[in-house]
Design a protein around this ligand. Structure first.
Ligand code: ADP
Ligand code: MG
Length: 411
């Protein structure tokens, strides 16, 4: 499997980086570290320790990379063939050249959390690959054909109610499992919800996940969740929070599936909050008093917005509205739980959820495919823009030849 050599070590000290990157005097072999008895790099044992003790590392040359299927902040994801079993897998390569300590942290978190989870609607981490030459780590996952962001972009408005119920049920079941094991995902969005050709949805990308304390005694960072799916309390600076974070994002996904497009796409945090208040209403005085949020004085709206979920989504099936209304509650304590959502009227009203195996088979489509298509369309547009400019120039020259006295004039 071909891969680039790591960049030379930089001088910036980094306590979580692999030892060879720190330029220290630890004993090292030609590739920068002496593997442990099981073959793990010691720095990896330090960060994920016991979690991987029952595994032995696979070597990178026992996989054949087929194509790149995803790109995130700290990783590249490849479709690959396991040359031992012949199985097609996804390899998530953690980019240590970029962000360094940060990517080690994301990767460690993802490994630790995934080793604690075991559910049909949560992606399964099958193993780890270490590459001596590249000093990089690959996470091995079962291969999934689609992600929900790609499906919404390609087929958004064609989802039927039974299909939407089927996707939502699986998302909520996966989340219910995470929450029951004390895990908050903290980045629920379409590109992190993978779907295979049997229609099974699996929650993926646990790089921002955290073990949480249901009593909320420990502060946590509010720099989590992708902007369009981020709940108001995080935008307002909350550091004590719980399952409500993921429930808000699930509510955004639910409405997105029904609308066929993201419901609150904003470019900045201020714009995001504004969109939330316009749709869900400004928080009440009780809310501000109850949560005493850091950014309250900065972002408390002057204008009092009325909640208008029911009017905005009046074309949605009526049984979906109470659930959307609950999940998109401004007060996180009013969003309920995944179990309550699964028992809601929406799932108990006809037409019922279809079986995953009855979902239509789509051609493979991921967020990366959509991004590449948009890029290509922009390139074509720019090219056609250039072509128009060339045509105009030619026309100008033709006209100038006919009327030489106008030559100095610009069209
Ligand atoms: P990041 O943290 O970099 O966002 P993700 O785990 O979300 O990494 O992966 C990025 C993209 O790669 C996903 O949005 C998805 O399209 C693709 N991908 C990730 N895991 C798999 C998998 N197991 N099978 C197929 N595609 C995957
Ligand atoms: Mg992701």
């Amino acid at each position: 499997m071909g891969c680039a050599l790591p960049k030379p070590a930089r001088s910036r000290p980094n306590p979580t980086a692999p030892p060879e990157r720190q330029g220290n005097n630890q004993p090292s072999n030609v590739h920068g570290y002496i593997p442990t008895q099981q073959g793990w790099p010691p720095w990896l044992m330090e960060v994920v320790g016991d979690a991987i003790q029952d595994w032995t590392p696979r070597r990178a040359n026992t996989f054949e990379k087929l194509s790149k299927i995803g790109q995130g902040t700290y990783s590249n994801v490849y479709k690959a063939r396991d040359l031992v079993s012949g199985k097609i897998v996804a390899l998530k390569k953690v980019r240590f050249d970029h962000l360094e300590g940060e990517s080690v942290k994301f990767m460690a978190r993802e490994i630790l959390v995934l080793k604690k989870l075991d559910h049909p609607n949560v992606v399964k981490l099958e193993g780890l690959v270490t590459s001596r030459i590249c000093s990089s780590i690959y996470l091995v996952f079962e291969y999934m054909d689609h992600d929900l962001a790609g499906l919404v972009a390609g087929h958004g408005l064609n989802f039927t109610q039974p299909q939407i119920k089927c996707y939502m049920k699986q998302l909520l079941c996966g989340l219910e499992h995470c929450h029951s094991r004390g895990v908050l995902h903290r980045d629920i969005k379409g590109s992190n919800l993978l779907i295979d050709n049997q229609g099974i949805l699996k929650i993926a990308d646990f790089g921002l996940a955290a073990f949480y304390d249901s009593k909320q005694t420990r502060p946590m960072t509010n720099r989590v969740v992708t902007l369009w799916y981020r709940p108001p309390e995080l935008l307002l600076g909350a550091t004590f929070y719980g399952v409500g974070i993921d429930l808000w994002s699930a509510g955004c996904i639910f409405a997105e599936l029904l609308a066929g497009k993201p419901i609150m796409p904003a470019r900045t945090e201020v714009e995001q909050l504004h969109k939330i208040f316009k749709l869900c209403g400004s928080p009440s005085e009780d809310y501000w008093k109850k949560y005493r949020l850091q950014n309250a004085t900065l972002y408390k709206p002057h204008h009092q917005y009325k909640r208008c979920i029911l009017q905005t989504f009046k074309d949605f099936p009526s049984s979906s509205l109470p659930l959307i209304d609950t999940l998109l509650a401004i007060d996180p304590d009013h969003r309920g739980t995944t179990s309550a959502a699964l028992n809601s009227q929406f799932f108990n009203t006809e037409p019922y959820a279809c079986e995953p195996s009855c979902l239509p088979m789509y051609p493979p489509c991921k967020e990366l495919d959509v991004k590449l298509r948009v890029k290509e369309a922009r390139r074509q547009k720019a090219l056609s823009g250039k072509a128009v400019a060339v045509m105009l120039q030619q026309e100008l020259e033709r006209l100038s030849a006919l009327w030489p006295f106008q030559r100095s004039k610009q069209i």
